[in-house]
Design a protein around this ligand. Structure first.
Ligand code: KG4
Ligand code: ZN
Length: 334
């Protein structure tokens, strides 16, 4: 892809202060915060970009999957702008935003193998073109980000769990506690994380009061186990990808957990072993953000997609149920 790509504004409003007393995201609070802040955030983004509504060619908003209250507020806001300005509206699957981010950041061509690791998802997919995702495997229980969040809670590290576990792991000894590597070496590309979380819990119970050292060592052991499982499953997926496409990669990692430096480093080794490279977006574009939704919307808009304002928000919307925009077949290699 040779097109110039530039992020003019990408504002993220963190609601962490509102949610942290509860140790997790509270759906009601999330929906209300979206309602209170979104108009101001859109205005601030336009200001930062130096643009007015009259400069826009289209409006993209995510319609899911995700906590439905916040998704509805975003969808209504996007649709209202499109309607008021007579602009095309594009409904974006939030997972597709993660899946296509490497094309925004690195201009990556199709196909590639995607490891999508977020708070709600853990999947390996072959990305063939916009809207065409073939699933190789996924988690049979917890998502990997969920495992980070639950482990953080068990260790008293607070919310959000991922970054807190990563910080503790950086100073801990990963070898002190022998934790399981669920699904390692199994045929196929599925994952499981609930056994690992249970193993952390039983260690915590056995130790009783955790010293800072215990906490850091458990975090390090947990993160090492996750990294090893991800590496093993991704190696299997790269073999399948190579057999099917005749190419060794590239490998892309996306989603909130892709912000983890230890996991990125391990995946870079996996890619190298397979004779390919790892493409990992900068951390701020791994966790949920507006730029990835705008980019997926732009890709679809360019391929001719226009969605009706009646398009519905969806709490559940698997990536492999998407289809390419109608009439997009000519551009499959774009
Ligand atoms: O993609 P994302 O922002 O939202 C979802 O779509 O779920 O991912 C959020 C998840 C959370 O579970 C969070 O703990 C995890 O990503 N996460 C991390 C890190 N930063 C965020 N996990 C491990 N290490 C990190 N540095
Ligand atoms: Zn996400």
């Amino acid at each position: 892809m040779s097109d110039a790509r530039e992020i003019r504004a990408n504002l993220v409003l963190s609601q962490l202060d509102e949610h942290s007393p509860y140790g997790g995201v509270v759906p009601e609070i999330a929906a209300r915060a979206h309602l209170e802040h979104l108009d101001g955030l859109v205005a601030a983004a336009l200001r930062e970009a130096g643009l007015g509504f009259e400069d826009l060619n289209g409006v993209a908003a995510t319609l899911g999957p995700g906590l439905i209250g916040g998704v509805l507020v975003g969808a209504m806001t996007g649709k209202a702008i499109a309607a008021a300005r007579g602009l095309p509206f594009v409904a974006v699957n939030h997972l597709e935003g993660h899946a296509l981010t490497a094309r925004l950041t690195d201009g990556l061509e199709f196909p590639y193998l995607l490891l999508l690791v977020s708070g709600g998802h853990c999947q390996l997919l072959a990305v063939e073109r916009v809207g065409r995702y073939r699933r190789y495997g996924g988690t049979i229980d917890d998502a990997v980000g969920e495992a980070f969040d639950k482990t953080a809670k068990l260790l008293g590290l607070g919310y959000p769990g991922g970054p807190a576990v990563e910080r503790a792991a950086a100073v801990g000894d990963p070898a002190r506690f022998a934790l399981p590597r669920p699904m390692k070496g199994r045929p196929g590309c599925d994952f499981s994380f609930s056994g690992l979380k249970t193993a952390v819990r039983s260690r915590v119970e056995k130790l009783g009061a955790l010293s800072p050292q215990d906490r850091d060592d458990l975090a390090a052991g947990f993160q090492a186990a996750v990294a090893e499982v991800l590496a093993d499953r991704t190696t299997a997926a790269l073999q399948r990808f190579a057999a099917e496409t005749g190419r060794p990669g590239p490998l892309v990692v996306a989603g909130g957990v892709a912000a983890n430096a230890g996991i990125r480093a391990r995946l870079a080794q996996v890619a190298e072993m397979a004779g390919t490279r790892l493409v990992a977006p900068p951390a701020r574009l791994c966790t949920d953000n507006a730029a990835m939704i705008a980019w997926a919307g732009l890709e679809r808009l360019r391929l001719g997609q226009r969605d009706p304002l009646s398009a519905r928000a969806r709490p559940r919307w698997p990536l492999d149920e998407l289809s390419p925009p109608a009439g997009a077949h000519r551009e499959s290699a774009a």
